[in-house]
Design a binder for this molecule. Structure first.
Ligand SMILES: [Zn+2]
Ligand SMILES: [Zn+2]
Length: 84
């Protein structure tokens, strides 16, 4: 992951959940950079039609918060990464 923290838990579900929390608390900025560079797809708010385009140009991308509906993708994205 993003640092040397070792997460020890009884079950894989717990490990994924703690990994997700750890990413959100300690690596929010890195996650957001990666989201900008790698995520191309629709807003996760089903009522919203905004489409994200991955880009290296920071100013062309809103980051985790959808500019259209305000949905914050941080938790969703951290969840995607911890189960990969
Ligand atoms: Zn960490
Ligand atoms: Zn949206």
């Amino acid at each position: 992951m993003y640092c040397d923290t070792v997460i020890e838990t009884e079950t894989e579900d717990e490990r994924n959940e703690q990994g997700r929390q750890h990413l959100l608390e300690h690596h929010h900025t890195e996650l957001e950079q990666r989201f900008k560079r790698e995520y191309t797809g629709d807003c996760q708010n089903q009522d919203c039609s905004h489409h994200f385009e991955a880009t290296d140009e920071d100013e062309d991308h809103s980051g985790f918060v959808c500019p259209h509906c305000g949905f914050d993708h941080a938790e969703w994205y951290a969840g995607m990464l911890t189960v990969e």
